[in-house]
Design a protein around this ligand. Sequence first.
Ligand SMILES: *Cc1c(COP(=O)(O)O)cnc(C)c1O
Length: 388
Amino acid sequence: MKPFLKRAYAEIHLDRARRNIEKLKTLLKGDAQLMAVVKANAYGHDDKTMSVLFQSMGINNFAVSNIHEAENLRRYGINGDILILGYTSPEYAGELSENNIISSVVSVAHAKALSDAANSPVRVHIKLDTGMGRIGLRNDTPKETADEIAQIISLPNIVVEGIFTHFSVADGTTDEDDEYTLRQRDFILDTDKELRNMGISIPKLHFSNSAGGTYYSDERSAFSRFGIMMYGCAPNSAKPLPFELEPVMELKAEVSHIKTIQKGDCVSYGRTFIADRDMKVATVTIGYADGYSRLLSGKASALVCGKRVPVIGRVCMDQLMLDVTGVDVSVGDIATMFGCDGNERITADELADLYGTISYEIVCNISMRVPRVIIDGDEITDVIEYHY
Ligand SMILES: *Cc1c(COP(=O)(O)O)cnc(C)c1O
């Protein structure tokens, strides 16, 4: 295994991802398939590693956010279907057909522009906005939406293979959330009924994200588009899952310096931390430029030698400090910013809660400066260093 800079690194545990996938498959009903969402560098987990793993597990449907991510998957040897969930500008119509990538269509005008720009047929799934309020055909009635879909189907260079929608509160906890989700679901199902009445049958209809596929699993959705749960985090940390998932990523960094400071001494920018006693302080080589947010300053903990220790003072760009009083730590030891050390564990959800975000943002934000160390069981199988 090639040596890598241990300053700050993210471990990516393949065996855990595999076990997560096996559990997610048990949620699928009827002929529903798992669509692996690998946008944003597979939520920070390295899209090449993850998509190749998923393909080796028999997954043939992938989703990304844009044409560059889609083309990257083709470069990695992914030969299944790749759906771009977001908007693709018609100027990329050629790239779409060349790489056999499925585009979303967000409006009738978008479909027309894609058709006009294309020299060969473009495969599409039509997005319906049933309540997310982001992209997609948006109408008061399923009939109007069905009429728009019929218009899109008649375009010369557009091959409509699917219609889909996205839930906004499938991870919600109130009765209103539940009713909202069911209304979203019924809108797309009723649109499909209208289409059938018009003699139109669309091969794939899908509406489930992780939360949908978990709390509203439905064989009428051809795909459960699982993202966050494959990576071992919950869509909503406050809503229980039917089984435990294993976080795939752990974030670690090296202890670079240890010192004792006296009561009254300050640590880091702004003198926000003033020691109320003599203490031992460790400096760790990770900071906000690595994606460890400055909003965690003075709030978060890390794990050192199996013990939970507080982050003190402001998180700097490349370094931060920990109160390691009473911990037998040495320079060169590894601090776990999230993950496991001995019996202690810090989750991405715990960090997210500390500054009002979600685990998704914690893992997505781990920057390109941080090498991904790929681990299968006990063995390092690869180290991905990004050239940024
Ligand atoms: C990101 C995304 C998903 C995956 O969402 P998770 O909550 O991570 O499962 C599914 N569908 C669409 C349209 C998305 O944008």
